[in-house]
Design a protein around this ligand. Structure first.
Ligand code: HEC
Ligand code: HEC
Length: 335
């Protein structure tokens, strides 16, 4: 650790545009972003030559018009086969201590290599990508601009360029952000009421922490939490079926982490349906109904380690609509 904090010490409030510094989690300042590194990362992000069959790029599953999600229940990967999980938005992903639903990647650099190598996703190799960058004239130029101090092109800097691009996707310019910075006209009455329900009666804010609305815990914002909700395979509340994905249980052999998933951010959630790691819920309404029932355990399923309270929230239809309108106010304006 470099001793820097995700939350900048010199801002007036946590709602400032520059309140958070995604580079605080980098092991060394030599990996800090520059405009040229972000540009190189962006080009690689949309280049299918970095996948094993030349057909998939990061942007296939993380589409800018969908807040960098893909709109599918679970993503279509290599050879058009569906992968096991839903593609999350990668906006604000840098403001988490670890990546993926099961928190298995400690940094965005590791994450990028993981996806490129993953047989189901891109089935490529970092060495091949480094060779591509070293032999393609335009990449050679861009790499030299991005890393003028380096004599050779090695995978770790390609991972760093991709990660720098992902770290650039934190616009903080949603109506909610503008409201918190003083423009009181940008939220409707329902949205303000919805925020109060989100923070109060519905207890959403006890896991989706303000202002990132993910699992990165205030006040020091250095650690990202996972939780057990008892997510079901579909939104049939009369015949609920528990999802089998072990989540963190796969690599962390503690019973309390069975079926635990990283708390996703609800920023830009209006653009990233369907929801949850398995894409089980098609609409925000279904997500709200699931929470209103008390999650899996509240629906009567056997989830002994559920961390979401199993009691029904008893939200009224109006309160549910208000929370949904509030979440719609977390959509960033195009930059
Ligand atoms: C085949 C579709 C697909 C492709 C291609 C793909 N991703 Fe993903 N991405 C996913 C899925 C699905 C997840 C969630 C996987 C999990 O959590 O196990 C994910 C997760 C992520 C995350 C973690 C987000 C978080 O909050 O934890 C980041 C960052 C990311 N991808 C960036 C990239 C980059 C960079 C590339 C290209 C090198 C890429 N992805 C290529 C589908 C894809
Ligand atoms: C006990 C902690 C906890 C509470 C309380 C909680 N959430 Fe979540 N939320 C999570 C976790 C963990 C996930 C990711 C679960 C998964 O993917 O399986 C999540 C996922 C979501 C998603 C889907 C994100 C996506 O990209 O797919 C939405 C929307 C959401 N929560 C909204 C809410 C709302 C609204 C409330 C209050 C009614 C709430 N949450 C209460 C922990 C919590």
């Amino acid at each position: 650790m470099n001793g820097r904090k995700l939350l900048n010490g010199n801002v007036a409030t946590i709602f400032d545009k520059n309140a958070f510094n995604p580079e605080a989690l980098l092991p060394d300042s030599k990996f800090n972003a520059t405009a040229d590194r972000v540009a190189l990362g962006r080009t690689l992000f949309y280049d299918s030559r970095i996948s094993g069959n030349g057909k998939t790029n990061c942007g296939s599953c993380h589409q800018p018009g969908k807040a960098y999600a893909d709109g599918l229940k679970t993503s279509k990967g290599f050879d058009n086969k569906f992968v096991d999980r839903n593609a999350p938005s990668i906006m604000y992903a840098s403001l988490q201590q670890a990546l993926f639903y099961d928190l298995r990647a400690p940094s965005l650099e590791d994450q990028a290599a993981d996806v490129i190598h993953n047989k189901l996703e891109m089935h490529g190799s970092m060495d091949d990508v480094a060779k591509l960058v070293a032999t393609d004239e335009s990449y050679k130029r861009d790499f030299k601009k991005a890393y003028p101090e380096l004599d050779s092109i090695s995978p770790v800097y390609i991972q760093n360029a991709l990660a720098s691009f992902v770290r650039s996707l934190n616009p903080f310019n949603s109506p909610f952000d503008k409201y918190m910075r003083g423009d009181k006209k940008v939220l409707t009455d329902d949205q303000v009421k919805g925020f109060n329900v989100f923070m109060g009666k519905a207890k959403c804010g006890t896991c989706h922490f303000v202002p990132l609305f993910n699992g990165t815990v205030p006040p020091d914002f250095q650690r990202t939490e996972s939780e057990v909700l008892g997510v079901t395979v579909h939104a049939d509340w009369k015949n609920p079926v528990l999802d089998k994905d072990p989540g963190r249980g796969v690599h962390d052999q503690f019973p309390q982490w069975k079926n635990a998933f990283k708390t996703s951010s609800v920023r830009n959630i209006a653009k990233t349906a369907p929801y949850m790691h398995n894409g089980a819920f098609a609409t925000m309404q279904e997500v709200m109904e699931f929470y209103n029932e008390g999650g899996g355990a509240g629906l009567g399923l056997d989830v002994p380690n559920q961390t979401l309270a199993a009691e029904k929230l008893n939200l009224t239809a109006i309160e549910i609509t208000q929370v949904i309108s509030f979440m719609e106010a977390l959509t960033d304006a195009p930059e």
